[in-house]
Write a protein that binds this ligand. Structure first.
Ligand code: IDP
Ligand code: MG
Length: 149
């Protein structure tokens, strides 16, 4: 079992797409183990996006991610990180195939709707950044045996 951190970003929340985006992960079969509605502050945003500090888009990225509330989730499945990244699409919506979240709903890279961890190390770091251990729920679904082998 693997866990990944997903953020439904401020543009998606403002556009009324929380349900649409959560539903895509839910329908695919990923299990939700944590979820909260929050406005990310600058300090948390700068820790989350530390790898991008110094890049040209860094300041606009922080302004974007802190501009309105987000929904932050931890999802679980075998290969959850790669599954979620493929459901999300490429970083640029124009490079994202139809069927992916960014390919169906997005136009510009700076309004690309959703974040997903890109590696096991990032996932562990990001989950720890956004969730206290007691905020994550260890549970199994009745349907799990029809989704997971
Ligand atoms: P990812 O979200 O697909 O993992 P990253 O390269 O980690 O993409 O970049 C983090 C976020 O920074 C992107 O999702 C996007 O919101 C923003 N971003 C990345 N590259 C650009 C850019 O060239 N211009 C504006 N924003 C960018
Ligand atoms: Mg990234």
């Amino acid at each position: 079992m693997e866990r990944t951190l997903i953020i439904v970003k401020p543009d998606a929340v403002q556009r009324g797409l929380i349900g649409e985006i959560v539903a895509r992960f839910e329908r695919r079969g990923l299990r939700i183990v944590g979820m909260k509605f929050m406005q990310i502050d600058r300090q948390l945003a700068s820790r989350h996006y530390a790898e991008h500090e110094g890049k040209g888009f860094y300041e606009s990225l922080l302004a974007y991610i802190t501009s309105a509330p987000s929904v932050v989730m931890v999802l679980e499945a075998p290969n959850a990180i790669e599954l979620a990244r493929r459901t999300i699409g490429a970083t640029k919506p124009i490079d994202s195939p139809p069927g992916s979240i960014r390919g169906d709903l997005g136009v510009e890279v700076g309004r690309n709707l959703v974040h997903g961890s890109d590696s096991a190390e990032s996932a562990a770091r990001e989950i720890d950044l956004f969730f206290a251990p007691e905020e994550l729920v260890n549970w199994s679904r009745d349907v799990d045996r029809w989704v997971f082998e």
